[in-house]
Ligand binder design. Structure first.
Ligand SMILES: Cc1cc2nc3c(=O)[nH]c(=O)nc-3n(C[C@H](O)[C@H](O)[C@H](O)COP(=O)(O)OP(=O)(O)OC[C@H]3O[C@@H](n4cnc5c(N)ncnc54)[C@H](O)[C@@H]3O)c2cc1C
Length: 498
């Protein structure tokens, strides 16, 4: 029987960086992935002459060589930076609220403030004060939460203690009274999957700070280029990767990990596992429940799963400008309150009331698809439950009906979009469930409520030798999950050394 120092389950962002970190340290690492390619959400697929990006819209934390962001340093340490070409995006985002406003924010703080003040002169002071607070607060978050200043106190970090447990809606309302402006400032809520009334203000602050200070980036070759580079590095470090090799069971004896059994029935020994499968799947599906500590069962009972997504991947036979696409990241909203868009996430159908994001990478990377074409991702967040109720025989027709409605809604912003479709692929929550193995196809782990965040539920090994990494044990998104793999690998190394 084969034995490894560490088995990593799942080659999503966190699984890849965990395996790369451990193999770099000389450990004998086996990475087992159910799919036939690395990446999880960070993958691409081909249809016709297009290679479609699955998930990445705006990569945070990269920064420039002169002002590197934390993710640039991480990828540098893992030895993959030289294999990748990052392109800074020129816009933070464009937000169009039907019949009300069309505004584009650039990744530069003075420009963000000036543009917002230009459109909302009656909120001039509130806008400035809001961003002052957001920046000063987040600088304190960095010291307390990320750098773990041992001298943390209320006196030293008053903003952290005042705002760390507040939600976005209440903090925004302190400074901004115009509901339209509140909506313009809220699109990043879709990056965590909870509306402003539930989204931690710290999460909004993290995104504005990170995207403005370190810019949003596109990656040439898409997120698959990053996943491939990390997988290649693991192999160069003498690690082993098995694709098409799902794990069926994690073996536990006397409260400690003993190995895994794969879906083909092979038993492989190890005393250390990092699971990049969701925490729910890890403890509920992969481990016999007699070995699961009550604390974990209680914790999982209290968490709910984040939304999934309904996405149209479109290969258009024209340049973006021909259908009116002028910015790479567009949030298309309607109504006067984000609550309306977020309430729609529980509905299977899509119409103009759904908030949508349209990404077009060709605007910053013309080579992203063949000359004279462009690639568009049109995505809206949807919970998986309504899709689980669709009878299998009606799934295909429902999928095409909803896609048709989504296109009709998008055409109110970009007339003629439909006439230029050369290739189309549709992903429903069930698609994400199938490819990621997450419950109800959730793409952001557990719902990102403050009560379930790392502030209250730190990532730790509940069974000796078993660690979880990825979107279900911390903040979701590319930067946080890539970081999660590295941090979890370091935790394993230090506990192994102790
Ligand atoms: C449509 C979409 C759009 C998104 N947009 C953005 C964005 O613009 N910016 C951003 O930062 N984030 C975005 N995200 C979120 C981001 O992609 C995820 O948070 C991140 O990629 C999750 O990484 P992860 O490490 O948790 O692993 P996952 O991507 O969840 O991968 C887990 C891996 O584990 C494997 N696995 C599961 N169970 C088993 C098993 N039993 N045996 C073997 N293998 C197993 C799966 O096959 C998968 O490969 C988006 C996600 C989606 C789907």
């Amino acid at each position: 029987m084969q034995t490894y120092d560490v088995i990593v389950i799942g080659a999503g962002n966190a699984g890849l960086t965990a395996a790369a970190t451990l193999s770099q340290k000389g450990l004998n690492v086996l990475l087992l992935e159910r799919h036939n390619i690395p990446g999880g959400s960070a993958t691409s697929f081909c249809r016709g002459r297009f290679e479609f990006e699955v998930a990445l819209h705006q990569l945070s934390g990269i920064g420039t060589p002169e002002k590197p962001g934390p993710l640039r340093s991480t990828l540098d340490q893992l030895g993959v930076m030289g294999d990748l070409e990052f392109v800074p995006m020129t816009d933070l985002y464009r937000v169009v609220i039907a019949d009300k406003i069309d505004i584009t924010l650039k990744p530069d703080l003075p420009q963000v403030i000036a543009e917002l003040q230009h459109h909302f002169p009656h909120e001039k002071n509130g806008i400035k004060d809001f961003f002052d607070l957001l920046y000063n607060f987040f600088l304190q978050v960095i010291n307390v939460f990320y750098l773990k200043d041992p001298e943390t106190s209320r006196e030293k970090y008053p903003l952290y203690f005042q705002y760390a447990l507040k939600n976005t809606e209440e903090v925004m309302a302190q400074f901004i009274s115009d509901p339209l402006l509140q909506m313009v400032l809220s699109p990043y809520a879709t990056y965590v999957g909870v509306g402003p009334s539930k989204m931690a203000f710290a999460d909004l602050a993290a995104m504005f700070f990170s995207y403005i200070e370190f810019l949003p980036f596109h990656l040439k070759g898409g997120s698959q280029a990053l996943s491939n580079a990390l997988a290649d590095k693991i192999i160069q470090n003498n690690g082993t990767i098995h694709y098409n090799c799902g794990v069926k069971q994690i073996l536990v004896e006397n409260g400690a990990v003993q190995g895994v059994i794969t879906e083909t029935g092979e038993k492989i020994e190890t005393h250390h596992i990092i699971s990049n499968a969701s925490k729910f799947s890890t403890y509920v599906e992969l481990i016999d429940d007699i070995h699961v500590p009550d604390t974990v069962t209680d914790e999982l009972r209290q968490c709910s799963h984040s939304p999934s997504a309904f996405t149209l991947y479109l290969g258009l036979d024209c340049e973006p400008a021909q259908v009116g696409i002028t910015e790479s990241s567009n949030f298309l909203l309607s109504g006067t309150h984000m609550k309306t868009s977020f309430a729609r996430m529980r509905d299977l159908d899509i119409d103009k009331r759904d908030g949508m994001m349209l990404s077009c990478y060709n605007l910053i990377d013309p080579g992203f698809s063949p000359p004279g074409t462009c690639q568009v991702a049109l995505v809206t967040l949807k919970y998986g439950e309504p899709w689980l109720k669709v009878p299998p025989g009606q799934y295909a027709s429902e999928k095409y009906r909803v896609a048709d409605n989504m296109l009709a809604a998008a055409e109110t912003y970009f007339p003629g979009l439909r006439d230029h479709i050369e290739e189309i692929e549709i992903a429903t929550p069930l698609t994400h469930m199938r490819y990621l193995g997450t419950p109800t196809g959730s793409i952001y782990g557990f719902e990102n409520f403050l009560k379930d965040s790392e502030l209250f539920i730190p990532n730790q090994a509940h069974i000796k030798g078993l660690y979880c990494a990825g979107g279900s044990v911390g903040l979701c998104g590319f930067q946080p999950t890539l970081d999660s793999g590295v941090q979890t690998a370091r935790m394993l190394l230090s506990e192994k050394a102790a």
